[in-house]
Design a protein around this ligand. Sequence first.
Ligand code: FMN
Length: 322
Amino acid sequence: MKPLPFLDRPVIYAPLAGVSDYPYRQMSARYRPGLMYCEMVKMDPLVRYERNTFHMLDYEASMHPIGAQLCGSKPRLAKQAARIIEDLGFDVLDLNCGCPVDKVTKDGSGSGMLKTPELIGEILSEMVAAVDIPVTVKIRSGWDDNTIVTPHITRIAEQAGAQAIAIHGRTRQQGYKGDADWGTIKAAKEAATSIKVIGNGDIFDGYAAKRMIEETGCDAVLAARGTMGQPWIAEDIFSVFAGNEPKQRTIEDSRKALYEHFQLLRQYHTPRQILVDMRRIGCYYLKKSPHTREFRSLIAKAGSVQEIEDLILNFALEEMCV
Ligand SMILES: Cc1cc2nc3c(=O)[nH]c(=O)nc-3n(C[C@H](O)[C@H](O)[C@H](O)COP(=O)(O)O)c2cc1C
């Protein structure tokens, strides 16, 4: 069994459905996180070799180490899907037990799996037996406040041979509201013997990452929304870990990064897709400025890729400095 690739660089970029696509990961790779994940893919279409699903798993050499995340609740499919992921050259295979969306949980997948911990163990065992790459699992802290399951599932995952468990310190019922409860990450770490624990929830800068490790004892941190518009967050976190101040980023740095991201989109997506994606992406990069709303409405009105380019290059960001 191969070892986890991120232990000497313990900062991971999360799977983000509808967000962490190929251009997003090209941007992320420039700042060398210890591992990055693709968007989650469902096991069923993967084993049916559906083209769109494979497309979501496209990657290039700069993105290594890279993980794929599978969502599904059928042990036999998990085994088949795991082999496909390994054959595609991924470095890590993750099982999604956190997705809160009704469409996913209704067949018992995603965070629905938190209600069937033994099934998580069964699926992980199938995956571990099927591949040599490390298998990990990502969970939420529980279904609701009355059912916090992190220590229990940590032990189950460890017994099944998973090498790491990522804990998002929010319950399924919580969605994305309120603060993540890092105590549930600490509880997982206390329950773990050999399995590594990855802490997740509310890491938006290097100081939060350091605090999470100090408060929970987790072995690595996983940033999700904190990577959106800040592809450099790994660099900032590593600076803080090394006892240094993170680099100050100006609004012009954000404009430059947005422009680079836009150029990567151009190489990968259709003009129509670029127009749609830029409504979202433009706002990530400029979210800390007071004129985001104005920028967003201009982007939403843009009718061509060229108009978007002009907007990124010429929008009066000087006024936007806070
Ligand atoms: C837009 C979006 C898409 C997400 N997609 C996934 C996904 O595909 N798989 C997954 O395990 N978690 C997914 N998550 C959850 C994040 O990986 C992470 O657990 C959560 O956002 C908490 O971390 P944060 O507070 O750093 O954002 C998603 C979150 C967001 C906001």
